[in-house]
Write a protein that binds this ligand. Structure first.
Ligand code: ZN
Length: 173
């Protein structure tokens, strides 16, 4: 298990549509384990494969936030939304690839997703609240879409410029 570096926006690898995972191999299981470790270390509630530079349709999440509650690490391979509610929900979203920037994003309040698990079986579950927002945010990553792509162009450009500056300063040390 190892913690992998998280790519920061702007990065061309965060703008790519990812191809499906052809089979659950040992390599994929290892990637899932590393992604969970990276997510918990950050800390964050979700992390998609392209954020660690792997262009594959999979993400991990754990939205259990109550202190002392049992964690629920989830690995979703080739996820798809098979149902979305008409009801919408707005959450202040952030992203491990866009640290320290937050903005409200409106999405369907509930979604049902279908995915392939590490057990090689198809899973289906309805997500609500933060789980729903997180699952949709992570699925967006697999299509090269970031939460700032849901914002207006002015706000998006402002965050992108600040991130470019942040990356330049970080590169200089
Ligand atoms: Zn994100």
């Amino acid at each position: 298990m190892s913690i992998r570096p998280i790519l920061l926006h702007p990065d061309p690898r965060l703008k790519k549509a990812c191809p499906p995972v052809p089979a659950v191999t040992g390599e994929i299981a290892q990637l899932a384990e590393d992604m969970l470790a990276t997510m918990y270390d950050a800390p964050g509630v979700g992390l998609a494969a392209p954020q660690v530079g792997v262009l594959a349709r999979m993400f991990v999440m754990d939205c259990v936030k109550e202190e002392g509650a049992v964690p629920r690490p989830m690995v979703l391979i080739n996820p798809e939304i098979i149902w979305r509610s008409d009801e919408k929900n707005t959450y202040e979203e952030g992203c491990l690839s866009i640290p320290e920037h937050y903005a409200p994003v409106t999405r369907p309040a509930q979604v049902t997703m279908r995915w392939l698990g590490l057990d090689g079986k198809t899973h289906e579950e309805r997500f609500d609240d933060l789980w729903s927002t997180c699952a949709q945010h992570e699925l967006d990553h697999l299509d090269g879409k970031l939460f700032i792509d849901h914002l207006g162009p002015i706000k998006r450009q402002m965050i992108t410029r600040k991130m470019e500056k942040f990356k330049r300063e970080r590169a200089r040390g």
